[in-house]
Write a protein that binds this ligand. Structure first.
Ligand code: SF4
Length: 291
């Protein structure tokens, strides 16, 4: 090989991420947020009203009661009087402000909340955001722990059949091509998830699972169902990106048809708008039990 080409290769350095499990992203990346413990009800209310997708929630509980995890996932109360720390429940009884949360299944990572209250909200560069438990995507004040899967909730057949090879069929259900591009990148020479035997395949007949991107429009609902039905069992379902997890900015639109998600168990939620390839790959590796 001529000396010139050898020097070019040396200058380029490594053209791949050597260790996907330990790879770190630059500080500019918007990953897992941290909410300050001392955020007040007034500040939380202002953020609720600011967030374009309703990702910021205020948990309110009746005096003397503790919020339950499922309540945390479902409740978003907006008091009329933003200056008041207490608010009222739908039945009219007095509620107390408990805490402010960010739901990464809804967040589009615009950072508006961080810009508005930089001392109270901070986005870290932690890209490991995926979980198999929807409630684990909800960040509460003072929580600086990494988001993890619950291994107990992983179906046994997933790790038994797919630990060493996993073929996936991707369905863009009204996606905007951003999540799809990042999933494509997960297989390129840089991230190379193929090194773990994880690949996208053209036919659902060759796939072990389906990766859904986009908010699932009515136009795509039937095609998604046909694709799912064509995949042999056992099969897994992965939602990649905010749009797929919650509808994102399209949430509540009449053009969506998300009944599919009521009928099948979701094995992995991958937050991001769009999700980073490292978020996707590490989430799958956790799901199939690879180190
Ligand atoms: S970064 Fe997320 S939580 Fe904050 S305002 Fe934007 S969408 Fe809402």
């Amino acid at each position: 090989m001529p000396l010139k080409e050898i020097n070019i290769f040396r200058r380029h350095g490594k053209q791949y991420v050597p260790d996907l499990r330990k790879a770190e992203l630059p500080a500019i990346f918007r990953g897992r947020p941290i909410i300050s413990r001392d955020i007040t009800a007034t500040q939380a209310t202002a953020l609720c009203n600011l967030c374009p997708v309703g990702a910021i929630g205020m948990i309110s509980v009746k005096p003397g009661m503790k919020p339950e995890p499922k309540v945390i996932a479902a409740t978003r109360l907006l008091p009329d009087d933003v200056s008041a720390p207490d608010t009222k429940s739908p039945d009219g009884s007095r509620m107390e402000f408990s805490e402010c949360t960010i739901d990464l299944g809804k967040c589009v990572f615009c950072r508006e909340c961080e810009f508005a209250l930089p001392g109270k909200i901070r986005f870290t560069n932690d890209h490991k955001l995926a979980s198999n438990v929807r409630e684990r995507l909800i960040i509460s004040p003072g929580n600086d722990r990494p988001i993890q899967l619950d291994p107990v909730m992983v179906r046994r057949e997933i790790r038994y059949f797919f630990k060493h090879a996993l073929k996936l069929r991707q369905v863009s259900a009204a996606g905007d091509n951003s999540a799809e591009m990042e999933l494509n990148a997960a297989g390129n020479v840089n991230f190379d998830m193929g090194r773990y035997g994880i690949e996208f395949v053209a036919s659902p007949r060759h796939a072990d699972g389906i990766v859904i991107t986009g908010p699932i429009s009515q136009n795509m609902a039937e095609a998604l169902q046909i694709c799912y039905d064509a995949i042999p069992s056992p099969k897994i379902v992965i939602l990649a990106g905010t749009d797929a997890i919650s509808g994102g900015i399209f949430s509540g639109s009449e053009a969506l048809s998300r009944e599919f998600l009521n009928n099948y168990r979701v094995d992995l939620y991958v937050p991001g708008n769009p999700p980073h390839p490292l978020t996707f790959i590490n989430g799958i590796l956790d799901l199939i039990g690879r180190q």
